[in-house]
Design a protein around this ligand. Structure first.
Ligand code: FAD
Length: 380
């Protein structure tokens, strides 16, 4: 049994935890990071090669200032790590004019004066010939959209955290944590550690590690599909990311061909999950699911109606209102939590790291995070 003292223990080194470990270590904090799996693993929520980043945020314009800061930090992360952690490709948000994807993106763009173009059905087809929008559909085009590389991002934050002096331990599962006067004690399968503060970023394991928190988080299985374009990947290389909404409100999204001529094009349903736990998630992807994805994709992108080359499963951790939870633990002055990212958290990873470092070191942040206050959700 080991016993060491740190300033901050970061529990979970996925998307958010790796960023928190980096920002804390860069501020001179003595950081211990604990992760039950390997660096940048594929068992949680931060894998699958790509994540959409965008600023015209249809979910709520309140996210925009955080995105403006996240973009600055994405730039800095790319420069500091020497890795292409993100790429701007432009983004097309398509659907009926009054749907959430279009009207919500437009609202956020207007409220924050974000550059954008509004395209009608014909303009979509002429500017982006792969797309065949439905009659009457429109799109908001945002040049400052693109994708991040989740595994590269996690690895970049881990490497920079270690370089800044953090101790990172993998294959080590946190079994319990408790608060004592002046700090926290964390017990793992390998030892017990103490620190002044803990930052808990458990992803889909929030219902276990934050069971006392009283926040109803529903974990959902989601599937990613890599489809092979019928005429080859060429016309999908220089291509925007996209989100397309049906008249029934179902959204699909996709990426350019970023994995070479045989890597296909990644597409997925945005919210078509089946409830699961990290233990019970079914990692098999069924023919019927592939068929459904291909049919829906082919309506919008007939050139993409080729065989499915690969699939992956991933978990969302949904709060009831699909907004995040980022705060000091309501019952504890030494514990900060970040969870419930509800399938749209990755683009915020660098700024969440900064916010968590603020909260752990000073108890407050200048970033606007009132939307993420857990007290809005506590049911007990
Ligand atoms: C299919 C899919 C598509 C997505 N698309 C987008 C997108 O396009 N754009 C976007 O912005 N977001 C997207 N997201 C959401 C985004 O990826 C997540 O919000 C984000 O990755 C969540 O990060 P996290 O740190 O909370 O979770 P994770 O990265 O899963 O990290 C949690 C970590 O905690 C560790 N852990 C848990 N319990 C313990 C324990 N007891 N002891 C030690 N370690 C522990 C886990 O092993 C894990 O590494 C998508 C998610 C999925 C699944």
């Amino acid at each position: 049994m080991t016993s060491q003292t740190f300033d901050v223990i970061v529990i979970g080194l996925g998307g958010m935890g790796s960023a928190a470990a980096y920002h804390l270590a860069a501020r001179g904090q003595r950081v211990l990071g604990l992760e039950k799996f390997t660096p940048a693993h594929d068992r949680g929520s931060s894998h699958g090669g790509s994540r959409i980043i965008r600023q015209s945020y249809f979910e709520d314009p309140a996210y925009v200032p955080l995105l403006l800061r996240a973009y600055e930090l994405w730039d800095r992360l790319a420069a500091d790590s020497g890795r292409e952690v993100y790429r701007m490709t432009g983004g097309l948000f398509i659907g009926p004019p009054d749907c959430l994807t279009v009207a919500g993106s437009l609202r956020a763009s207007r409220e924050w004066d974000l550059p954008h173009d509004l395209l009608d059905e014909h303009e979509i087809r002429s500017r982006f010939p792969n797309f065949t929008p439905k009659p009457g559909d429109v799109a908001l085009y945002e040049a400052k959209a693109g994708f991040a590389r989740p595994e590269l991002t996690v690895q970049a934050h881990l490497d920079l955290a270690e370089k800044a002096g953090a101790t990172l331990q993998f294959g080590e599962e946190v079994l319990e944590w408790s608060e004592n006067s002046g700090g926290v004690t964390v017990r793992t399968n390998a030892g017990t550690y103490t620190a002044g503060q803990a930052v808990i970023c458990p992803g889909a394991w929030a219902p276990q590690l934050l069971a006392d928190f009283g926040i109803p988080i529903t974990v959902e299985r989601q599937v990613l599909y890599w489809l092979d374009p019928v005429g080859g990947t060429e016309s999908f290389v220089d291509h925007p990311i996209f989100i397309d909404e049906n008249s029934d409100g179902m959204q699909i999204y996709g990426f350019p061909a970023i994995d070479g001529p045989r890597g296909g094009v990644k597409v997925a349903f945005f919210r078509k999950g089946v409830e699961c736990t990290p233990e019970t998630i079914d990692r098999t992807v069924y023919e019927q699911e592939i068929l459904e994805m291909r049919e829906r994709t082919a309506e919008l992108l007939p050139a993409l109606d080729g065989p499915c080359l690969d699939t992956a499963t991933c978990m969302y951790s949904n709060t009831p209102d699909q907004h995040f939870v980022i705060a000091r633990h309501p019952d504890s002055t030494n514990v900060t939590v970040a969870c419930g990212f509800s399938g749209h958290g990755f683009k915020f990873v660098p700024v969440v790291g900064e916010i968590l470092a603020d909260l752990a070191t000073s108890g407050a942040t200048s970033h606007p995070i009132s939307l993420f206050d857990p007290r809005r959700l506590v049911t007990t």
